[in-house]
Design a protein around this ligand. Structure first.
Ligand code: ZN
Length: 411
């Protein structure tokens, strides 16, 4: 933590102790006062905040300023229970817009570009964030919102859109539609800014080739402004994030211990400047790592890695945390393996065992596939596993998310 970041955190704590009923109660229960946090080491004593608690503050319990300072709210979808409502001051909206404009700049997008925005507008933060950033940059925004593919493609052709903002699934749909209609030569897209759930390399390749564009991962969540708090640059080595607005930590999601740079774990975010609903040590449940190396682009903003999954997807075997995203990334480099796999965990003779079932590509006749995968797994994840190659098509397919992990251990 840099000294100016700690100074921002001190000021943030004073603000939330004075004005946020949510944090006053939470920190009061933990026996903390704003004065008790004197050093970056003391900061580590502050308990994490979680989405469940934010839900309990519905509707406006997170408010940390007078309500007449609020100019807008957004809300994160509640699949279960109450949604979380995040109030924004004018400054919050400007700060978010500033970060978003930086994202576009980092992706090499300029005021000459025509930016077609397909994420939704409304309570959700997506569309309006893409829009505000584009306007600040001075580019021409085409605020389509989602769906209506017919009109979407018409506008894309007639207005010569050069940038597509979309989720990965909608970008894929558009690219398949462009291909099906044979209109690729009428499309002027150069770049795609994709804010999304975790998406694999295969999908990236199909979108990149289908639309002939360079892809940029943009990251964010409604509780922390929205999308636009991190993006990859032209080197695609990781996503730069804005450490003058946000403080990032990576923790072991089981023990809560802060992990050193370079190790994968759960991203925890503290908002350094947010006014309407500041958050202190907020658990995102997204899994990534802080990349210790400097980016060749020379920008001073540090980087996180691509999001490799959610904490709910993680399993612990023989004391090691394993995420399906890591298995994806090991298998994609092994020739002859299809994209489908299953992780089977059991407990036998007092020991955890992990069996990885992998499908062979139809034309694969390698006999050393299992030992090759075992070696890679040992090298990259650090544990010995069993590998069971099966014929192509043997593992179940699912319309929705495939179930990758079968854990038969008695809890
Ligand atoms: Zn860079």
């Amino acid at each position: 933590m840099r000294s100016e970041q700690f100074a921002s955190i001190k000021a943030l704590l004073e603000r939330v102790f004075a004005n946020s009923p949510f944090y006053r109660r939470k920190f009061g229960e933990a026996g903390l006062t704003a004065e008790s946090i004197k050093s970056p080491e003391d900061f580590l004593k502050i308990p994490y905040s979680d989405k469940e608690e934010l839900r309990l503050a519905y509707p406006l319990g997170l408010l940390s300023v007078d309500q007449d300072e609020i100019i807008r709210i957004h809300s994160s979808s509640g699949t279960t229970g109450s949604p979380v409502i995040i109030p924004y001051t004018r400054q919050d909206v400007e700060d978010w817009t500033e970060m978003f404009a930086r994202c576009y700049e980092i992706a090499g997008i300029t005021k000459k570009d025509v930016i077609q925005i397909t994420p939704g507008y409304g309570l959700w933060t997506a569309g309006i964030g893409f829009q505000a950033g584009a306007e600040k940059l001075g580019a021409m925004a085409v605020p389509m919102g989602p769906g209506n593919t017919e009109k979407q493609l018409q506008m894309m052709i007639d207005l010569k859109s050069t940038v597509l903002c979309a989720t990965s699934s909608y970008a894929l749909l558009l690219s398949e539609e462009v291909e099906r209609r044979g209109i690729k030569d009428k499309i002027h897209l150069k770049k795609g800014v994709i804010g999304s759930e975790r998406w694999g390399d295969l999908m990236r390749k199909r979108i990149r080739e289908g639309l002939d564009i360079e892809l940029f991962d943009i990251y964010g969540l409604t509780e922390i402004y929205g999308p636009g708090i991190a993006i990859d640059c032209e080197h695609h080595k990781g996503m730069h994030f804005f450490d003058d607005f946000l403080y990032f930590e990576i923790i072991d999601c089981n023990t809560g211990e802060v992990l050193p740079d370079g190790e994968f774990g759960e991203l925890v975010v503290t908002t350094l400047r947010k006014e309407g609903a500041p958050l202190v040590r907020y658990r995102t449940h997204d899994l990534t790592r802080i990349i210790p190396e400097k980016c060749p682009c020379g920008r001073s903003y540090p980087m996180i890695d691509r999001i490799i999954g959610r904490t709910d997807d993680m399993v612990k075997v023989k004391g090691v945390n394993i995420y399906p995203g890591q298995v994806d990334s090991i298998l994609k480099d092994i020739p002859g393996v299809s994209s489908e796999y299953q992780i089977v965990i059991d407990h036998r003779n007092g020991k955890d065992t992990l069996t990885l079932r992998v499908e062979k590509e139809p034309d694969c006749d390698r006999s050393d596939l299992d030992s090759m995968i075992m070696d890679c797994f040992k090298k990259k994840i650090g544990i010995k596993i069993h590998v069971e190659p099966v014929a192509f098509g043997q593992l179940p397919r699912s319309e929705k998310k495939s179930k990758r992990v079968l854990d038969y251990r008695v809890k």
